[in-house]
Design a protein around this ligand. Sequence first.
Ligand code: ADP
Length: 526
Amino acid sequence: MLSEGRVGPMSDQENPEGQPANENAKVRRRIAELEASTARLKQTEAELARAISELQAVFQALPDLYFRLDSDGRIRDYRAGSTADLYVSPKVFLRKRMQNVLPPDVGRQFVEAIAKVLETRSLVTIEYQLPMPYGEQIYEARLLPLSDSQIVVMVRNITARKRAEQDRERLLAEVQRRAAELDATIASIADGVIIRTAAGETVRINSAAVDLLGYSAEDLKKPVVKQIALLRPETIDGKPFLEAEFPFMRAMRGERVRGVIMRLHPRYDGVIWTSVSAAPIHSPEGVLLGTVAIIADITQMHEAQKHHEYFIHTISHDLRNPLGVIRGHAQMILRCLDKKDIVRTSAGSILTSTVRMNAMIQDLVDSARLETGQLELKRQPVDLAAYLTSLLEQTKSYMDVRRIKLAVPKTLPPVSADPDRLERIFVNLLGNALKYSPQDTEVLLKVESGELAVTVSVTDRGVGIAPEDMQHLFERYYRAKGARKAEGLGLGLYIAKMLVEAHGGHIWAESTLGKGSTFYFTLPVA
Ligand code: ADP
């Protein structure tokens, strides 16, 4: 190449071919320019080739299918990243119309899409399903105009994406359904329901809670300190309830709390008694999400309980006290009177009646106590042989114990029992056996020893019990038809069953109508 420096000095001279020097320089410059542009062109060409091969590589690597169509839908050529998504083989579809190769409904979609692409000269996307050998597949086809008469179609299998979308939608619908169910359930619960987050913030509160406490849901969603100021929670004895002991606070610590009694001050005057239960809400991974608390209004129950306690107290003390006086005086009169005196017979009747009345009152009180859980057993080891001998001695003033035959084995392990409650069981069973059998028959009181328990049986030769009555015997106030002439409340067996079970034993009966009955019960060995 000539340098610019040498052009200047030769410009005024002629070159060896006789051309003017400046013409020569022009040509040389032109050649140099051409050489430079050729080099640039070669470089660009190389870059272009590289770009094309890169593009081809990308194109080859894409999983999509490409078709080039004529304006009538005829397939000119194709390229398949994977042949798995070809509905029919290229031999079948090449030079055929798309709409004739695919199922009719999909074909129709293509015809419409092709028309639209040619009309609008812009991208048209369609979605369709094809029955493939490995199952129904969903495809998305993007149609683009190439020229006036050609269209390129890019087809992608979107089955996995669609299924994931459908799963997501199904999951969302399920979540929404469950939330709606939960809302309906919470709203329909008659007790107050309060749901809090793990941070203690109230997120859900039902209308029963709002009605019970008299404050708006907004008030009840205030921070705990504010709620305490509103409701002033108290213990049973009227002392302020410790915040750390609030059922929901305990639930936050992972505890399940049941029936904590709380006195609350609702917006309207007065105090309500509530039974509050709470539980933590955990994620499947065990992370604490929040707590749920249920507030039941037990004010009425509390009033009834107070009434009940008063009633039991009245019966057991006030009613039985005058009875005790009558009984004492009847005993005193009996002692003072001549054996044949007619007044003696009357006094004897007064005494027996007071004892029976006392027993009935005792039955009423015991059943009420048993039902309200106010009866506590004071267990101790009891030697049944000695116990029963002394019991029969004590009860002879009001029971015809001469009819009772006692059969106790020589060696008998002591049982674990509350002697006072045991007396009720024996008196009720023996009383029945004597009551429901003829005066001249014997009642057998038998004790049999076992490894873990002893079995007691009371057998009479009395009226017996009809099969249809057997299953109801131990029910409260149940009396068999034939038994209604005899005195009784229908509570004796009910109480005996509750007491036997409180001791950890069982009670049952066997009977033959007209022949007699046997009542059995077990007591655990001490
Ligand atoms: P009651 O106060 O009526 O005796 P119980 O609870 O002691 O109440 O007994 C319930 C019913 O069971 C009695 O009314 C009677 O019909 C029947 N019953 C209990 N013991 C006997 C028995 N030994 N023989 C026949 N019937 C009995």
